[in-house]
Design a protein around this ligand. Sequence first.
Ligand SMILES: NC(=O)c1ccc[n+]([C@@H]2O[C@H](COP(=O)([O-])OP(=O)(O)OC[C@H]3O[C@@H](n4cnc5c(N)ncnc54)[C@H](O)[C@@H]3O)[C@@H](O)[C@H]2O)c1
Length: 376
Amino acid sequence: MVVLGLIGCGVISDSYLTGAARSGLVRMKSVADIRPEAAAAQAAKYNVAAVSIDDLLADPDISIVINLTVPMAHADVDHRILAAGKHVYSEKPLAATFAEGQAVLADAAKRGLRVGCAPDTFMGAGHQACRHAIDSGRVGRIVNGVATVMSHGMEHWHPNPDFFFQPGGGPILDLGVYYVTNLVQLLGPVKTVTAIAGRGSETRTITSEPRAGEVIPVTVNTTVNGVLGFVSGAQIVLSTSWDVWKHRRLPFELYGSEGSLLVPDPNFFGGAPMISARDGEFEALDIAAHPFGVPNRALRDGREVADYRIIGLLDMACAIGAGRPHRASGELALHVLEVLEAFDRSSAEGRHIAMATTCTQPVPVPLGKSEEVFVG
Ligand SMILES: NC(=O)c1ccc[n+]([C@@H]2O[C@H](COP(=O)([O-])OP(=O)(O)OC[C@H]3O[C@@H](n4cnc5c(N)ncnc54)[C@H](O)[C@@H]3O)[C@@H](O)[C@H]2O)c1
């Protein structure tokens, strides 16, 4: 069994600690945080050890460390994990900047260690069913598409929303990352990005507890609209914003030469994709044959969703043992980070930005029922 450590015991650590406890492939041994009280609280809740970051990194049992710190700390913490001789699995984005992400991958390559990175939602049943529909030619060649992620921000629910409005945050890096990662798994790598970016306000007032009323600065763009040109020839419009109170746009539509595909929200693993043959009625695309689609978590608004965060790491753990590539890879995350950063660059420089990186389209997740699909 692969032994894990975790650094960064904030909001999202619950998903990983729950996911690790549910898995028969890994064992979470210890957790750490620059706030020792945060580590102690999660350790008590999930029956693991709370240790210092140095002790976690020095533990010879631990082979993979999960980095769930805030985006601006991702690269620093990754370098420390790699220097300790351990593989890294990071929350998204890979780093706050493309240059930092490149340095992390170079460090890992030099040491012969792996980097894995969220999001792994594209490995869920809803998105794998769409991949299968595209690969089997049901909608023909994807020519066009629209993806949208818009709301009024994060300061109404997250207890410490500052990082969302600092470099490494903003809707394009924080949420666009799910859409672009899923687009790359569905369509392959991106060739060019063209965009306009701006912001609705220079400050935000926190309305969540415990800091309700506190005003925080906004130092990143919060409305970013652009067009991705794929190597395949597909053109996809991506709209991301935290300046929108209400809208009626679907998360994700792809238009092919033989039909259309309604892709579920790539923030989650399941969903209800739909497909049309040419201009026929939309029909449900069956996701039941694919693993990681059954709802297992209730959201704040009561909706039941599939949350299997950690399957990218489980795949990486099995891939290390088998000597095969893993799907939620550093290479994929770095390409996606270059794409995301290109939205701001395109806007600032007033031109199309050509990508310097590319990546291999991750291979589809095999059909099956559980994490055992990664073992075989
Ligand atoms: N909250 C979500 O719903 C969500 C969902 C998906 C992904 N993410 C991603 O997960 C990451 C963490 O998000 P979160 O919402 O849990 O944030 P959070 O602020 O709740 O937690 C971050 C934790 O990291 C710790 N930390 C910060 N810098 C550190 C350092 N240098 N060394 C050790 N610990 C450090 C903080 O003390 C804090 O406990 C972010 O990259 C975010 O984009 C969050």
